[in-house]
Design a protein around this ligand. Sequence first.
Ligand code: NAD
Ligand code: MG
Length: 399
Amino acid sequence: MRVTLLGATGSIGTSALEVISKNQDTLTLYAAACGSNVEGMLGIITRFHPQKVALASVEACQRLKAELKNLKGPLPEVLEGEKGICELAADPEGDYVIAAIVGAAGLKPVLAAADRGALIGLANKEALVMSGALFFERLHKGMAQVFPIDSEHSAIFQCLPEECQLNLGSCDLEKAGVHHILLTGSGGPFRTTPLEDLNKVSAKEALHHPIWSMGPKITIDSATMMNKGLEYIEARYLFNAREDQMEVIIHPQSVVHSMVSYKDGAILAQMGAPDMKTPIARALAYPKRILSNVEPLDFSSLGTLSFSKPDYKRYPCLKLAMEASRLGQAVTTALNAANEIAVGAFLKEQISYLGIYKVVAKVVEALDNLKAGSLEEILETDRKARDRALAILATGERF
Ligand code: NAD
Ligand code: MG
């Protein structure tokens, strides 16, 4: 199978390349895309020889082309900008598209993959948070198929019966005997930090996740649990779950990746080492199993597994995202956009850790009459929310 890897130089992209290299008899890298990481892309070209590559930054494309002149052997075609990345996603030569671009930038490429009926491994949760209903409409129309890569959603997927796995977006949980979904989250690095000390948290501290090694944006989202909020929205779309069919639960060891509770009292959990190569391998090989280079859990040395309810005073972003989910697509799109701006500002030390919630909440409160029926409306809502967040940051008020 020929794989098109979007977000190839990132944390998920790198793990996906490891899975591909472990399964060279069945998987090859057909095409790769990233934002502006020329060095990372050069490394991928020399190791995996993709036929096509695309970079979002036109300036980085020029640099890559200059570097390629020094390489021998077959060279890839280089495509430029978001348009080039969408072209890669739409190219039918790539049987399977891994959507692992971070943030809203991944939306158009994933829709392009859906339109042409690709098999899609979805890591880019922000795309689904923005486009949920539209994504599944385009997926069904294009006769594409999606497999979740986000570890919790991969776990839920694995605990559901085939009738649900093959009907993501429109499956009937009740008919499948499901009582509810238990979405687990580690609680991040500040799970036990006294609440009054959270205002002193630095970006460096927040970037140090106790369990998972991930890209910077999702690592900050994991600390605030906005990540779990986005995953809650993602899960509701993927598994067509009502609010009363969802429960979020803190599980600091991240060994149970999520669970499904059935009406007969049985609860199925998917467990494993916290390593994204397992859900990537699951998504790529479904319904088969392939090597992922992840060691199985050693239960004799596991120790205690603990579970607790999330405290919304500690994680107000989680609550905000769950409320946004109730209010619908336009609000989740605005929430996601405002969060991207706020997390960016926190990483640049322009706002405090607690400021992330304040900025996002202000944006969501301030905007009304938002629409998100069509792609144009979604992009307009995304832009309005970003503009609003930037305007709030520019007031000089301290967040
Ligand atoms: P990352 O920051 O490590 O990598 C992001 C990738 O996207 C890079 O290849 C980067 O070049 C590319 N990119 C950035 N801006 C771009 C743009 N404008 N156009 C095209 N490409 C662009 O992020 P990550 O941790 O690998 O996460 C990727 C996605 O997967 C996110 O949506 C994240 O929520 C999701 N995810 C990640 C993990 C994880 O363990 N890292 C787990 C679950 C879900
Ligand atoms: Mg996750």
